[in-house]
Design a protein. Sequence first.
Length: 385
Amino acid sequence: MIYLDNAASTQIHGEVLDAMLPYLKEQFGNPSSIHRYGRLGQKAIGKARKEVAKLINAEPSEILFTSGGTESNNTALRGIGKKNPNSRIITSLIEHDAILEPCKNLEKDGFDVVYLPVDKFGLVDPATLENNLNENTSLVSIMFGNNEVGTIEPISEIAKICRKRNIIFHTDAVQAVGKIPIDVKELGIDLLSMSSHKINGPKGVGALYVKNGISIDPIILGGGQEKGLRSGTENVANIVGFGKACEIARLNLVNNISKMTELRNHLSNKILKEISSVTLNGDPDKRLPNNVHLTFLGVNGEDLLIKLDENGVAASTGSACSVHIQKASHVLQAMGFSHEQITGSLRLTVGISNTIEEMDETVKILKTVVEELRAVSPFKEKYSF
């Protein structure tokens, strides 16, 4: 199989697995215990916290470990919301469901949630954001890089606007952390969500960066772990793995960006050159280095996925978190796509272990599969394939 669904999840790095194993075997103690086993676990968590912080230029004390991006997003939204009841929260129409669903829930609790539109590339207009701010706005949450089309939002400009009005700014950076440089201090970010399994770490662990001085209420109560902000016995092995994944990503960031960009461009350029009636979606320049999102006119994306899988290529049409809910992509709808364009979409996301040879083989398979599907397409007379 050629794996091109790295936006959904990545293969765990060998060094990450090696770092985790001792905490699944010999060093199995509860990190809250005061004996040697517990102290070793707590020390390992502290080391991992430092590595996560280094990746985004934060302080270790600003890293709150969670179960992943979804919990981090919920903690940010509800943690700020509980301190500011019935306030205004501003987000965008193209956010991940881990933002949109909590926002819908907050609306039921009396919050005024504003969903900003985007342009045809999936970009939020900072001026539109500014026009929607009012004295009752407590939080702005705009994603760093879109999980479907890969567009990178104007985070620095948005943060500057929020800072000027003393409004807390959160960004869901699950798809961006470890793939592009992120400096929370330089950008002026207050809260940032991240996830381990998007950067070759284990599933089931992530973190929320909470800038020193920002106060949030916990949404999980119990034994008071993570400074009382996230109770529950820490998953030491996964946290250690996440820390190691962040260290590897930081040390190899420049090389990884270069490699993924080369693979991405090679793949997209070859597809656009060799297959007719295909368009690249998302911003052509302001995009994540691993993302290729395309529309194949006259082809159903689900059929395309099945055929690709049968021929040895793993891909997706969008968010893996929404695959069991049969609905049109809210991201592409917000970008103004027609139903036909939405149903013909395909997301190919490369990773650090992919090769140029795999890109060439993928295009070869795609050409064959698309030709087969278009031959029986009800739109074959509409387009000159």
